[in-house]
Write a protein that binds this ligand. Sequence first.
Ligand code: HEC
Ligand code: HEC
Length: 406
Amino acid sequence: MKNGLLIVVIIGFTIPLLISCEKFFPPAPADDEVLDGFVEGLSSEQQAQFLAGDVAFNSVFTAETGLGPSFVATSCGSCHPGDGKGHPFTTLIRFGQGDTTGNSYLDNGGPQLQNRAIPAHSPEQLPPGVPFAKFTPPANTGLGFLAALTDAQILANADPNDVNGDGISGIPNYLTPPSYFQPQSYQQNFGGKYIGRFGKKAAAITLLHQTVNAYVQDIGVTSEFAMSEPSIYNGTNPTPDNVPDPEVDGATVQNVVFYLRTLKAPIQRSPDNADAIAGKQLFLNANCGKCHIPQWTTPQSDIAALSNKTFYPYTDLLLHDMGSELDDGYTEGSAKTSEWRTPPLWGIGLAKNSQGGQYFLLHDGRAITIHDAIMVHGGEAANSKNQYKQLSETDKQRLIKFLETR
Ligand code: HEC
Ligand code: HEC
């Protein structure tokens, strides 16, 4: 009898407690609402390396730990919050040249403007009259799947001379690799140049390449791969900071690369939504999928969890001439001024969560709706944009609904 009473009392207290806890601690967001998290099938050792990379990605640098002397932001995570797209206040500026002969400012401030500096150092200012472009931070999810593709898979969609006559060419960015680059079996050598896959102009060959550049150019942090601090245009105060180089160790850089490789792909939401299903067909009918290629399959990878996996990024990783409106007059590698790499569209529906409640789309965040982003498509994408324009209002909304569930 006593025990029975006790149980009743315990239950009586616990139920309201559980209900009120629910109020204080809302349930964790569903897996398909967040971008952070690792791909399925990692071993416990790999999970540990992922976590080490996650910690390094979000570590904030200070003047004492190697920040600067000049820099743009203090951690990877501050520009890629929750691995999602960044807010325009973390936009980068790159400057240099309007032709593809190479950046003549590399030892004189280029390729990136470091607009902040640690105490007693000067932030950088743009050289007068220099060509430049603005870059809003992209999401970082599912990159390991894109990194695992072979050059041959990417080249299969390239059509530089538009032989098939569909008005869409598509060309890789051919780049001179950095000294530490070690080509893998899936990469091809084009007279000393290699195909770029990452970044808005596809100017980074590998995730290591992108990460090393990010440490130096974005945070002012040297590593064994790049031992010099970022240069400043007309640097009146070239004194280095007081932290010995390298400021981050090679193992940490590799952990961050492993983290990027094993971040899960965004999970499709509302797969049964009728408008989204109709919208996918409209997207394909308007030839959006010729550049934003829906589906790919990885070959064998050194990370088993990435081997022979079909994934849905909506990109071809190729450069396209996007017309005069998106021509900023700035080049990178062999990517011309109006050429941009097709950005993956997966995860786009979650972009608002990390961009302060609204969209900032396209390379510089200028489009605040998906509709606006489509309407700026020109050049090779002009026909596709015009097909979208001719859709009824309802069908436009369906196409957009489809993208928002990716
Ligand atoms: C100041 C903001 C900022 C910081 C800090 C920053 N990034 Fe980025 N990141 C960007 C921008 C902007 C781009 C696009 C630039 C480009 O086209 O190269 C980018 C691109 C990338 C990409 C390529 C994604 C793709 O789809 O091709 C990766 C990977 C990446 N960053 C990782 C990192 C890592 C790792 C760090 C820290 C070491 C870092 N970023 C720090 C702003 C930032
Ligand atoms: C010729 C290739 C091509 C075609 C066709 C094309 N796109 Fe794009 N798309 C791009 C490129 C390249 C960009 C990046 C441009 C930039 O950042 O300045 C882009 C950007 C976008 C963005 C913004 C993504 C972001 O994260 O900022 C959306 C949304 C988009 N496209 C949707 C569409 C839709 C819908 C269609 C069909 C009506 C379409 N695209 C057709 C190449 C193409």
